[in-house]
Design a binder for this molecule. Structure first.
Ligand SMILES: *Cc1c(COP(=O)(O)O)cnc(C)c1O
Length: 388
């Protein structure tokens, strides 16, 4: 271990001098789709047929009756909540460690976020905390699969049925993932995908809503139209998404194998480990690869670890800030103790996905960088003169 060179943050040679790969990758299939959209004139039309084809393909791939595309994943969450008739004074239960935009969207509808704790093994929503958080005002469970974590949806659905709640499943980070034998986003009453610029399926912007229920689909359409069509997806966005859908399963399988390799390479490194999933018959998708950092055991503050990893050319970041931290208690209700979410707040690290599509040797660089940082954790504790 001591043979490892000095960390790049302290002036040594970086593991990846070229830095993290940028996303999206060049793709001949996408160029071809754009050229075809150009030739057919679809690029400049309201109804060129591509959005329609994308919605049909999404519905088919997910085995649901309806897919509705729109301008962003965030707007899809709003449409879904409105279609579930969430309004002022209603409560929506979600994990205290979740995408901050979801919290804001609930607020935007005048509803009240009710925060519950996460599971110790993957820092995603823990269904066993739902029941204690319930009140007569509770309407919806908003469930996100985050950072390669999978929420056991069978337990969520059983609980929702018992309490008479609707379920919104946020699959923005895991399109195509399998959760207990089904595609992510198809367990709940309605599911949501994102096609944002950094996501696994990307059109720069965009989102979609998935549902088996015609009434929900119709309500979402009415909200999206409001007399005028509000925030639609364009034909050009649909054009670039269609070839990505065709590649999705193969790419997810490749990414999954790479993450399992990374898990093995890091197995003996103290204080840091990948999120683990206990749900059977599941294969996550990795928009981010989530790690649990135990700062005491690893021996280096999270911010320093992130700075050191980035200096090595690895796209590592701190995770979300937990939703109950730094917010006025008047803006949400605590659905129970949030001890594990507190740990997730301090200890989540996320690796951005593009490197996962490269060769196994390049993913091994992530492990190498973390090992180097661990070996030199003591010198890394204080900023050195070499840092600019
Ligand atoms: C990115 C994301 C969204 C929102 O998607 P946008 O298309 O960026 O608006 C929603 N939920 C989760 C979990 C996300 O990661």
């Amino acid at each position: 271990m001591n043979a490892l060179p000095r960390p790049a943050l302290l002036g040594g040679p970086p593991v990846r001098p070229e830095g993290p790969p940028s996303w999206p990758f060049p793709d001949p299939a996408i160029e071809e789709a754009l050229t075809a959209a150009c030739r057919s004139g679809a690029w400049g039309q309201y109804h060129g047929g591509l959005v329609e084809r994308l919605e049909a393909t999404l519905a088919e791939q997910h085995q649901v009756a309806h897919a509705l595309t729109c301008g962003s994943g965030t707007f899809a969450v709003e449409l879904a909540l409105r279609a579930l008739k969430v309004g002022p004074g209603d409560e929506v239960i979600l994990s205290a460690y979740d995408y901050p935009g979801n919290f804001l969207t609930i607020h935007a509808l005048g509803a009240i976020p009710v925060l519950i704790d996460v599971a110790p093994h993957n820092w995603n929503l823990a269904p066993e905390h739902i029941e204690a958080a319930w009140s007569p005002a509770t309407r919806v469970l908003l469930v996100s699969h985050l950072h390669g974590g999978v929420v056991p949806m069978r337990a969520v659905m059983e609980c929702a049925a018992r309490l008479g709640l609707k379920v919104l499943e946020d699959a923005a980070q895991c399109p195509g993932a399998r959760v207990e034998g089904r595609r992510a986003g198809t367990w709940g009453d309605v599911g949501v995908l994102s096609f944002g610029g950094s996501k696994l399926l990307s059109a720069g912007r965009g989102g979609a809503l998935l549902t088996r229920q015609t009434a929900i689909y119709q309500r979402a359409r009415v909200v999206q139209h409001r007399g005028n069509l509000v925030c639609p997806l364009s034909e050009l966005q649909a054009a670039v998404l269609l070839p990505q859908l065709a590649q999705l399963d193969a790419r997810n399988a490749w990414r999954h194998a790479q993450v399992e390799q990374l898990r093995q390479l890091l197995a003996d490194l103290p204080g840091i480990r990948l999120l683990r999933n206990l749900a059977a018959d599941s294969e996550p998708a990795y928009y981010k690869v989530g790690f649990q950092l135990d700062v005491e055991t690893f021996g280096l503050a999270r911010a320093r670890l992130v700075a050191a990893a980035r200096a090595e050319g690895i796209a590592l970041d701190e995770g979300f800030r937990a939703l109950h931290v730094g917010r006025s208690p008047s803006r949400f209700r605590r659905g129970g103790p949030l001890n594990e979410a507190e740990r997730a707040h301090h200890g989540t690290l996320i690796l951005h996905h593009p490197i996962l599509l490269l060769a196994p040797e390049e993913v091994a660089q992530v492990a190498l960088a973390l090992r180097k940082i661990y070996t030199h954790r003591q010198e890394l504790q204080v900023p050195s003169a070499k840092e600019d």
